[in-house]
Ligand binder design. Structure first.
Ligand code: HEC
Length: 257
């Protein structure tokens, strides 16, 4: 074959291919030729494909009423105030108040999921409440103090009034631990209140010795008398002590606990 013949041959092939390409008229709305179609098109029904085998004609079927997800314990309550009270009677916190790990976890859960509204100390003054969300009542009010753990659990699980349900965000175990933390907050607040109530009685005696320790500073008005006898006459000058130093002494013993 000469070179000219070869060129002619190639030209004919080129023209033939060009014609063939034009003749095939590609339709972009249809899939191309599939070499192994069963790899792309599975035999089973697609999740959202119509399905004549079921009464409702859908492939994805909802769980049968009463189905319990694996690992879940059912709760037989409705989101009603009556059931909240019933939950208070029937459910008990499985975590012990002396379980340090549970308390630590509860504090963490509370800080993340509850404190934004309820506030770090549970006074209902969280940031979200400060910025316009209806503020929750304080956990140190009578209602929360007398509310049973089970009812709190119902509130957190099903929601209550303006309080949304936290069942999705907070696992059941963590909900109980958060409640453990609320009880801990209540205990600490009560202890602090008791200390404060007891505080005024305490400073009555210690005023004199505390002040006499540094007699030069407080009694400004009677200054001339004091500097003369710092070392010897401490016991004889209790009179000017009373007015000024009472306050610092009151706060110190009261707040420290
Ligand atoms: C979006 C803000 C918000 C968050 C977050 C929130 N709460 Fe509340 N919570 C409220 C409000 C508001 C109320 C008061 C509901 C009402 O009375 O309408 C409330 C009420 C409660 C009560 C009942 C108190 C009572 O005295 O009636 C409990 C218990 C409670 N919340 C626990 C929790 C726990 C535990 C968390 C965290 C898992 C949490 N809340 C997270 C807003 C919130």
């Amino acid at each position: 074959m000469t070179r000219t013949q070869l060129n002619w041959m190639l030209l004919i092939v080129l023209v033939a291919l060009a014609c063939l390409t034009l003749a095939m008229e590609r339709d972009s709305s249809k899939p191309n030729f599939e070499i192994m179609p069963d790899m792309a098109h599975s035999v089973p029904y697609d999740s959202f494909a119509p399905n004549p085998n079921f009464y409702d004609g859908k492939t994805l079927q909802p769980p049968i009423p009463g189905t319990i997800a694996r690992g879940e314990q059912p709760l037989y309550y409705n989101a009603t105030p009556e059931d909240a009270i019933r939950a208070g009677e029937e459910l008990h916190n499985p975590c012990s108040a002396t379980d340090e790990a549970a308390l630590a976890r509860g504090a963490k859960v509370f800080a993340v999921y509850c404190a934004p509204c309820h506030g770090g100390a549970g006074r209902g003054d969280g940031l979200v409440a400060q910025r316009g969300f209806p503020p929750p009542p304080s956990f140190h009010a009578d209602r929360a103090l007398t509310m049973k753990d089970g009812q709190m659990f119902h509130v957190v699980t099903y929601g209550f009034g303006n309080m949304p349900s936290y069942a999705v965000q907070v696992s059941r175990e963590d909900r109980w631990k958060a409640i453990l933390h609320i009880r801990d907050l209540q205990r600490k607040e009560a202890a602090a209140a008791q200390n404060q109530a007891a505080a005024p009685a305490v400073p009555a005696e210690p005023v004199a010795p505390a002040a006499s320790a540094e007699p030069a500073a407080p009694p400004v008005p009677s200054a001339p008398a004091v500097p003369a006898a710092p070392a010897t006459g401490t016991i004889e000058i209790p009179a000017p002590v009373q007015p000024a130093p009472v306050e610092p002494n009151v706060t110190a013993p009261g707040v420290s606990q």
